[in-house]
Design a protein around this ligand. Structure first.
Ligand code: ZN
Ligand code: ZN
Length: 372
């Protein structure tokens, strides 16, 4: 500590870094635009620490979330799986939440109290978030655990329904247990993306049962090692909330206002996915090349996902083939052969990395006035 302080003084002058408010900015900050009427909150509501089978202390999870520029996280420790209990007896199951809250309070990161209800199939694993007391979720039957979660007005989602350890075909099986929970208003969401895995069959279940579409990292190790260093971003759920608050976040989850994201994959109901994609492309210019009928569009992708598009217009492109990509953060000049000079163009593109249903991509439209 002393050595480091001396080093600091030499390099940065007499002001010690310890005297300043500490920050955890940097890393792979994720950005997604707001959509009309809502703020876009970046969340990861499935995370583990040493308080179940994860490998890090809760404050590290907060720092990772800040580096990724998330708005909210939940530490969802397995209630029934406690491999570190010899070293960490863990009498209070709210402890990981309390420690995260302490680290987060000066950074404005929202911490959602949560737990993972952990059973073998056909019950499987589910996260209860926005709980008031994790200890009370410890129950001898899963029915009681879900009943208690409902009593605490928790938002509950089914984790990794397609996990091959529990469903060897790699396909989710909606059991009588889950059907009963949905009927009772005790199950409200489903992960369609868990860690690096996407299951379109889980998306089908979400749409058929009106469950909220979720994507989570389910991180046990380090985000940097498991995702960033491998060239991936952590999977997240974008939640469209009226305000940046726990209350608004909870309301939005119950209302199904989400898009699950993993790198260039975006999965959500068209009501939210289409406006998100539309807002993700900013039109930075629209001008005809002099003495031609070739319209140049400057399209900037302001999201953190590379976006793959397919032309849906009657016009063809001058430079690109009908399928082209705009990388995250990049500006692409699209040249459209409109055959005659138009005062405005309705740009119509199908987003091939985005899914509103299994095998179904949304078509996004931008009304673009052409500059003189
Ligand atoms: Zn699990
Ligand atoms: Zn988990």
């Amino acid at each position: 500590m002393k050595k480091l302080l001396l080093f600091t003084i030499v390099l940065f002058g007499p002001i010690s870094l310890y005297a300043q408010e500490h920050s955890h900015a940097g890393g792979a900050a994720l950005t997604y635009p707001d959509i009309e009427g809502y703020l876009t909150l970046k969340t990861d509501l499935h995370i583990h620490t040493v308080f179940s089978d994860g490998n890090v202390w809760p404050n590290i999870r907060v720092m990772e979330a800040l580096r990724d520029s998330l708005d909210a996280i939940s530490l969802t420790e397995h209630l029934e799986y406690q491999p570190h209990s010899t070293d960490i007896p863990h009498p209070d199951r709210n402890r990981a939440y309390a420690l995260a809250l302490e680290e987060a309070k000066e950074h404005g990161l929202l911490i959602v109290p949560g737990s993972e209800i952990t059973r073998s199939e056909p019950v499987g694993h589910s996260n209860a978030v926005f709980i008031s007391d994790a200890n009370k979720l410890l129950a001898d039957t899963p029915e009681k655990a879900f009943g208690e979660a409902k009593k605490q007005a928790a938002f509950v989602f089914w984790n990794h329904p397609a996990w091959y350890a529990q469903s060897p075909t790699g396909n989710p099986i909606l059991s009588d247990f889950q059907k009963e929970r949905i009927k009772n208003g005790e199950l409200h969401g489903i992960e369609v993306i868990n860690s690096i895995d996407y299951a379109e069959e889980s998306l089908a279940i979400a749409l058929e049962n009106d469950l909220t579409i979720m994507g989570t990292s389910d991180i046990h190790g380090l985000i940097d090692w498991d995702y960033t260093e491998k060239g991936n971003s952590r999977p997240i759920t974008l939640v469209f909330a009226r305000e940046r608050s726990l209350k608004s976040l909870r309301e939005a989850l119950f209302d199904g206002r989400t898009v699950a994201v993993f790198n260039e994959l975006l999965v959500g109901k068209d009501t939210y996915l289409v406006p998100l994609l539309k807002a993700s492309i900013e039109i930075r210019g629209a001008r005809y090349i002099e003495d031609t009928q070739v319209l140049e569009l400057w399209l900037k992708n302001i999201s953190s996902s590379d976006l793959l598009f397919e032309n849906q217009m009657p016009f063809t492109f001058y430079t690109d083939p009908s399928i082209f990509e705009i990388a995250a953060g990049a500006t692409h000049v699209l040249r459209v052969k409109t055959l005659k000079r138009l005062p405005s163009l309705q740009l119509q593109l199908k987003a091939l990395g985005a899914y509103t249903a299994p095998k179904q991509h949304p078509v996004v439209e931008w009304d673009i006035p052409v500059e003189e």
